[in-house]
Ligand binder design. Sequence first.
Ligand code: SAM
Length: 300
Amino acid sequence: MADLGEPRNTIAVLQKYDFDFKKRFGQNFLIDTHVLEKIVAAAEITKDDVVLEIGPGIGTVTQYLCEAAKHVVTVEIDRTLIPVLTDTTLSMYDNVTIINNDILKTDIAEIVEKYNDGKPVKVVANLPYYITTPIIMTLLEKHVPVISMTLMVQEEVARRMQAGPGTKDYGALSLAVQYYATPYIAAFVPPNCFMPRPKVGSAVIKLTLHDEAPVKVDDPSLMFKVIKASFAQRRKTLQNGLTNSAELTVSKEEAAAAIIEMEKKCGLKENPLIRGEKLTLPQFAILSDEIGKLSANEDF
Ligand code: SAM
């Protein structure tokens, strides 16, 4: 089977199987050998690595991964692609396993156990854009043994993951991702590198997971509620965001007191009208600990 990074080879496979792209599965297949090489280089795959690929499509990225890795386990939701994948990858490589399943319903820990004796794997994917965030957050929050995730996502989502305090892209996603991993945008990829072309630009982002969380916080799930509340109404003050949240029970006075206490501990100017977008992850951790001390939130 020929290199699917070449558009003519992808077209030949699509014709052979009379394949219709399914919008509901976010199917935009890569047709650019340079981008494929960049993904594998960014992921730093070696012959010692077991790779988990999400959404192989017709097997384009999979072929490049099979060349570079010890073993590739690839999970595809669309059962009509399984015979295609068998043809484009299994017939060529003996280091690939194809699983027909929804990645959100797949027991990834079991895959890691079975194919890498429980040792951490590298995740690589040209993600379906309709469920990018749920896939990333599931992998991060479930603490699956993963070294890194090298992912093609919408450019705007990549920028949000990498953004720092005070920028327009900074928000709950930046903080959630950065609590678990260090993000690095490895490449920007224009729509003409895909078939069919997506409407927006894309980017390859690498998330390297932390060995240890970068901040200490009493209750990470409370911190994420505080973060969500702080960015839910971007134009409002942090105090209003916290008070208006359905997930927190905080009065205006309590919110102001917690904010002032956090500001004192962080050496910031005391200002109860500060906006959430100004706070760093360590500052959110301290704010969350202050809110956790309030009796009404003890049960969170
Ligand atoms: N990796 C291929 C490539 O780069 O050419 C295809 C990438 S395409 C953007 C996304 C792929 O993910 C599609 O093959 C789609 O069917 C698959 N997919 C969508 N939702 C999925 C899910 N929940 N679990 C597993 N695969 C999924």
